[in-house]
Write a protein that binds this ligand. Structure first.
Ligand code: SF4
Ligand code: SF4
Length: 479
């Protein structure tokens, strides 16, 4: 006889509706009050067979006990206790999807909080050569296997410093994609200082997705994002980003998005988002600065402020969504799409799976933030991946290998968090980011509430958001 146990779950309520989030399936659906009542009869560690389940529900005086037991099993709220299969992808070859090109280590800004300037473990080189870039494009396509689409990300330093190389890589990758009947997509993260007419036109013509690093209005932005002499970078970028956004909007280019690094003070987030949306950015995403320097790092109180501001901005997003309008707060959009897609993550991100970064010296790294750090080198363009190093990383980095996360109710969404953050804050790349557990749990639970509210008021909106992120609409996910 099959033995069942209660699935890990979170129950949350919105306007008299009860929802359940099943942790290991990342599934969310509405339940009836009698189902909620029945779930409470079982405790987490309890194991029972169908006969025992029926007896328990019947003894509690709940009507239709047979039907309720069947619903609990059908909806996997009570799941069969089976030996856990190892679904790890440690030993599988994963086709390469995204290669981040470290176009140059050079940067014309000297941002005070920049990990690139401060991490002395990073080996600095100058710019990538054309020959290396060609080899890297070939490597990406050669390792993309059945993937029909590959993505090239231009990163630095400030990548536009080496604009000629960007034009070369784009042209070469486009030709190669055509020959192989694949598609090459491009994205760039830039500080905005070098966005001339020529650069903007090129980005538009080649459908390059542009993310600008900008921290807010002048007084906030210039606090940390400065030229080497301490001069304002805001004044330098303002006319350029206005021109970029204007051109892209008029001609119908890809939406231009902003990436905000939050350092020391998070109270300005609503003001900053308003400012960036007014400038014409389609969206802005916020991330706390990754550093162990207390001069820039957000302390516990500042992280709390950031969470409260995230909630405030999510509420505003919801008010817009209720009216079928769009409010470009990237963080809640990404979280809602993740929940809607029901993605179950065994790794926090694609680094070391379908995503790698390549350096000017032709070395492959787990991701752009780990470029130049010898300990996380995963091979090179001539010899290919160091399969032993990749396997070792995947084995240590997967959720199963993080015992601290074993019982966490948001583990299949967080999966331990960013490796670079863990390296800086926890001193070990594959360690769970325990310093922000409470923060991330509360943020995800707030996201669940927003999700529930949206399902009740404007359910189609979640499919629209998903499509905005390139996913197909979800059908039959919400019961
Ligand atoms: S790092 Fe913390 S929040 Fe994230 S999965 Fe692990 S225990 Fe949960
Ligand atoms: S390790 Fe961190 S910085 Fe690198 S790709 Fe993953 S989430 Fe991004």
């Amino acid at each position: 006889m099959i033995t069942y146990k209660q699935a890990d779950h979170i129950i949350f309520k919105e306007s008299d509706h009860i929802f359940i989030f099943l942790v290991s399936e990342s599934a969310i659906f509405e339940i009836e009050p009698k189902i909620e009542k029945t779930i409470k009869l079982f405790n987490k560690s309890e194991q029972s067979n169908k006969k025992e389940i029926l007896k328990k529900i019947k003894d509690a005086g709940i009507k239709n006990y047979q039907e309720i037991a069947d619903t609990l099993i059908k909806r996997r709220i009570l799941t069969p206790l089976i030996e856990k299969k190892n679904i790890s992808c440690v030993y599988n070859k994963i086709p390469l999807k995204t290669l981040v090109f470290n176009i140059t280590d050079r940067c014309n800004l000297s941002c005070l909080y920049c990990y690139h300037n401060k991490d002395n473990k990073i080996e600095k080189t100058d710019s990538m050569t054309f020959a290396t870039a060609e080899k890297a494009v070939d490597f990406l396509f050669d390792n993309s296997d059945a993937n029909k689409k590959v993505t090239i990300v231009f990163f630095g330093g400030e990548p536009v410093i080496n604009f000629d190389l960007i034009t070369f890589i784009t042209g070469y990758a486009q030709k190669k994609a055509k020959k192989l009947q694949k598609k090459a997509e491009f994205a760039i993260t830039t500080n905005g200082t070098l966005l001339t007419e020529k650069v903007i036109d090129f980005f538009y013509q080649n459908k390059i997705g542009v993310t600008v690093s900008i921290d807010g209005p002048q007084e906030i932005h210039d606090k940390f994002r400065q030229f080497a002499d301490g001069g304002s970078s805001y004044k330098a970028i303002l006319p350029k980003i206005k021109n970029l956004i204007n051109k892209f909007q008029t001609k119908g280019g890809k939406p231009v998005v902003a990436r905000v690094t939050v350092a020391k003070n998070a109270a300005h987030l609503p003001q900053t988002l308003e400012h960036l949306l007014k400038l014409g950015f389609a969206e802005a995403g916020f991330g706390p600065v990754t550093t162990d320097n207390p001069a820039y790092q957000l302390n516990t109180d500042e992280m709390k402020i950031m969470l409260n501001k995230f909630k405030e901005l999510s509420d505003k997003f919801l008010r817009y969504a209720d009216e079928d309008k769009f409010y470009g707060f990237t963080n809640i959009i990404d979280l809602l799409v993740l929940l809607h897609q029901g993605e179950v993550k065994n790794y926090p991100c694609g680094a070391g799976l379908g995503l790698f970064a390549v350096s000017a010296e032709e070395k492959l790294y787990l991701c752009q933030r780990l470029i130049g750090n010898k300990a996380f080198c995963m091979g090179n363009l001539s010899d290919g991946f160091d399969t032993e190093a990749v396997k070792k990383f995947r084995k240590k980095a997967e959720l199963n290998a993080k015992p601290e996360c074993g019982l966490c109710e948001v583990r299949y969404i967080c999966a331990g968090g960013c490796y670079h953050e863990a390296l800086i804050r926890e001193k070990k790349l594959t360690k769970a980011n325990l310093h922000y557990c409470e923060w991330i749990k509360e943020w995800i639970k707030y996201g669940l509430k927003i999700y529930g509210k949206l399902i009740l008021k404007n359910p189609d909106y979640l499919n629209k958001l998903s499509m905005l992120r390139g996913h197909s609409p979800v059908t039959g996910h919400i019961i």
